[in-house]
Design a protein around this ligand. Structure first.
Ligand code: PLP
Length: 344
């Protein structure tokens, strides 16, 4: 087929910052090594783009949520270091895990039995110490179905690691109490925020996701974590409008004077939501405020500060995640995963 022309919107991904964030989180993990949560297409940034960078930085352990996410990861890393957090729900899942060699995370007695009856093999085990989402409860650790497993990594997940909550210490204590009950090779508790809670949360392996991609869930991480992703778009049209003219759906912006405006070809379908009050793009140091309502595929910008800009010039949306989270009231996680798939 004829080759597609390049798109007029792109996600700039700073590979060096991504690698640096993994190294920083690995160092902050103390004697534990850092893995990487690469679920949801590396939080929306792209497995093919991010996993090789993480691997080349030294990361060995990769976590996805769904079985459907496995093939993309296996293009880059060995199967026995890929863990599927949601575990096997059906015998098809078991068969797939055994055929590929990826590790299921066993999350319930039912999953334990399904895995063993399907032939079993090395797996990981999730123990729920209070988030009440996935995982066996601590009281189930001595059940025969669990004792029959060949557990490589026993893990749990913190509910409130991004807060100074008493729940963190409670979950740590509950996790520690479970460890002697299940034979295992390694233990893992901390996500990005958990790494910042202190060395005792590290165990053998940490599982950062958000902070790899530039998220700062706790202030302790602010100096070490660099911004990774910047949405950029080309101006596809510029025009002059007169005082009194309005811009966009429902005519919510009215020009007070003659002004130059420009249209960029990204919109809420690309994850730039209408609810982002006061959003602006930049060109160098100059601010280009968003005018009127964000459309599905377009945003109109005030080019008063950059009147030489013309069709084909690129502008950037500031996407420092802690700042953008405050402005949008979205979480830093949502700001990453909401980004659409039309970016080049
Ligand atoms: C998503 C996830 C992580 C990564 O968490 P972040 O807060 O993004 O660092 C770690 N462990 C489990 C079980 C997860 O589901």
């Amino acid at each position: 087929m004829t080759e597609l022309p390049p798109p007029t919107l792109r996600l700039h991904i700073d590979d060096a910052a991504l690698a640096s964030n993994w190294r920083a989180l690995d160092t902050l993990s103390g004697k534990a090594r850092a893995g990487a949560a690469v679920k949801a297409d590396c939080y929306g940034l792209g497995v093919d783009r991010c996993v090789p960078v993480l691997r080349d930085a030294g990361c060995r352990d990769f976590f996805v949520a769904h079985w459907s996410e496995v093939p993309a990861i296996l293009a880059h890393v060995p199967a026995d270091r890929v863990a599927v957090l949601h575990g096997p729900s059906t015998s098809d899942d078991v068969e797939f895990a055994r055929a590929t060699g990826v590790r299921p995370v066993i999350d319930s007695l039912r999953q334990a039995t399904l895995w063993t009856e399907g032939g079993g093999g090395p797996c990981h085990l999730m123990i729920d110490t209070g988030i009440n989402r996935l995982g066996i409860s601590p009281g189930e650790a001595d059940a025969p179905a669990i004792q029959a497993l060949n557990v490589e990594v026993v893990m749990s997940h913190l509910a409130c690691a991004d807060e100074n909550s008493a729940m963190n210490a409670r979950q740590l204590a509950a996790f520690r109490a479970c460890l002697p009950q299940v034979s295992h090779k390694e233990a893992s508790l901390a996500n990005s925020a958990g790494i910042a809670l202190g060395a005792e949360y590290g165990f053998d392996l940490t599982r950062p996701g958000l902070s790899l991609y530039g998220g700062v869930p706790r202030d302790e991480l602010a100096d070490d974590i660099r911004q990774v992703v910047s949405p950029q778009a080309a101006l596809i049209q510029t025009r002059e409008i007169d005082a009194g003219s309005t811009v966009g759906y429902n005519a919510t912006f009215t020009a007070r004077r003659r002004m130059k405006i420009g249209v960029v070809s990204l919109g809420y379908a690309d994850g730039i939501l209408r609810s982002w009050a006061g959003a602006y793009f930049t060109q160098g140091d100059r601010r280009l405020p968003v005018l009127g309502k964000v459309s599905m595929d377009m945003i109109v910008l005030d080019l008063s500060e950059a009147s030489e800009l013309a069709e084909g010039d690129w502008v950037e949306l500031p996407y420092h995640l802690p700042d953008a989270a405050r402005q949008t009231t979205l979480s830093q996680y949502e700001l990453l995963t909401v980004l659409g798939n039309r970016f080049g």
